[in-house]
Write a protein that binds this ligand. Structure first.
Ligand code: PA5
Length: 450
């Protein structure tokens, strides 16, 4: 039967089976706490049973708006940062054509903004949009996050200047808090269509809410299949599944056992650039959930074989604090064989006739063996193929693993108090009202030219 599989066998020379077993009671307590809803951050558990609770009517409502945007746009711009964009971005990038950036056929291209403050990026975006028909999906729970607020202000004015205020309002959809915040207020005032980010779901756990679903549907992908895959993972990682058969518990136990043994950096490895943004999403999920109270595994990512030619040297022989988690994709959707060449100057004829996916598999096998030999613990997470169903399955699995792992580490996996520090300094330096004292202090530290 096709299923997501976690294999932790290759960590046992670095963290023994007994050690992993000895963590199981804590992991068991963690999953109990999660389902009992009485742990740290338990106001934010709306994602836990979400896939099995989503109704066909909710999916239809999202698809209806997505289809309307698709029918009138060459480009859909999604504005958001962190958990308000990475889920959608990772699925759309994984499923889109690598070079056209969209689903094959005539779907609009979905592009992203509001996740940086780069002047060139936004200028070039507006330059592109000058020549395109476009719509905007603006996503912000608080409605006041600086990066998306700046991008949305620019885009709103650009769109209104281009098509007029009334038409612009039909091309803007806001996804935000059900009742409060600046974006909710603006959406009501301007009569935008809206979807809500439920109060009990934080940004990085929101991919199966309209935050992820509307942009993914606007890109032309099947959100019902995504939810079906997530719902299957919800069952597979459920409370009633024995711990050793529960992939989320296994993964949480294995990474915490390695952490206890000094492996403080986890590298998420893929062998296809299609999964690059899944890793980016995973980095946020685990980094924001676990990195607090001076604790937490540092989540990093590599795309192999590309990064074997940059970071491979460090991984093989640098400081021994790294472990790797490899996402293995069993089947490639396309078929491409290495041709034979009569001159054979590149000496590749020994693999002519082989599929690229076979060569990639041997690269993966060879790399894993070399890294284990170099004392890098390895585990793998296998999915059958890259499609909506299996990405939904994988992402829900990671959400559940992250919550269990965070509780095992005894932190609150649902808050992110550290994110505020840079914001306060930035507001103070920009002269925002209420930050005058801190601004004075920072200017004294930084000196005259600031
Ligand atoms: O995971 C999180 O909670 C954060 O990454 C937020 O999603 C991010 O900061 C964006 O916040 P907001 O949606 O309020 O603009």
């Amino acid at each position: 039967m096709s299923t997501l599989r976690v294999n932790i066998e290759d960590i046992y020379q670095f963290a023994t089976e007994d050690q992993v077993q000895s963590l199981m009671p804590t992991v068991e307590q963690s999953i109990k706490t999660l389902y009992a809803g009485n742990g740290k951050g338990s106001d934010y558990l709306g994602w836990l049973n979400l896939p099995s609770l989503i109704t066909p009517e909710q999916i239809d409502a999202i698809n209806e708006v997505a289809n309307d945007l698709r029918s009138k746009s060459e480009v859909v711009v999604v504005v958001g940062i962190g958990g308000s964009y990475l889920g959608a971005k990772s699925i759309i990038e994984s499923l889109s054509h690598s070079f056209t950036g969209s689903i094959e056929g005539n779907a609009p291209r979905v592009i992203f903004a509001g996740f940086n403050i780069c002047e060139e990026y936004h200028s070039e975006l507006l330059e592109l949009l000058d020549k395109k028909t476009y719509s905007i999906i603006v996503i912000s729970k608080s409605g006041t996050t600086t990066e998306p607020a700046i991008a949305f202000r620019l885009l709103k004015q650009h769109l209104e200047a281009k098509v007029g205020k009334t038409e612009a309002a039909t091309r803007i959809v806001a996804i935000t808090d059900p009742s409060k915040g600046a974006l909710r207020q603006l959406a009501t005032q301007e009569n935008y269509r809206t979807f809500i980010i439920p109060n009990d779901i934080g940004g990085r756990y929101s991919v199966f809410t309209p935050v992820g679903l509307l942009p993914i549907a606007a890109a032309g992908f099947d959100i019902q299949k995504l939810i079906d895959g997530a719902a299957a993972a919800e069952k597979q990682t459920g409370f009633d599944i024995p711990l050793t058969e529960n992939p989320a518990c296994l993964y949480a136990a294995a990474r915490n056992a390695l952490y206890e043994n000094g492996y403080k950096t986890e590298i998420m490895v893929n062998y296809t650039p299609k999964l690059h943004y899944i890793t980016e999403w995973w980095k946020q999920l685990f980094g924001e959930s676990e990195g607090k109270e001076n604790k937490g595994i540092f989540p990093a990512g590599v795309n192999f074989t590309t990064d074997l030619h940059s970071l491979g040297q460090y991984i093989q022989q640098g400081e021994r604090l790294i472990f790797e988690t490899v996402i293995t994709v069993k089947n490639s959707k396309r078929k491409l064989e290495i041709p034979s060449d009569s001159a054979n100057l590149d000496e590749l004829n020994y693999i002519s006739g082989k599929r690229l996916s076979d060569v990639n598999r041997m690269a993966q096998l060879g790399t894993t063996l070399a890294h284990i030999d170099g004392k890098v613990p390895n585990m793998s997470i296998e999915i059958p193929e890259i499609n909506e169903y299996w990405l939904g399955n994988l992402m829900y699995f990671f959400q559940k693993s992250c919550a269990i792992s965070g509780y095992t580490l005894a932190v609150n996996p649902f808050d992110q108090p550290g994110v505020e520090a840079y914001k306060k300094n930035m507001f103070a330096l920009l002269g925002k009202k209420g930050y005058e004292e801190q601004g004075k202090l920072l200017r004294e530290i930084l000196g005259e030219e600031h």
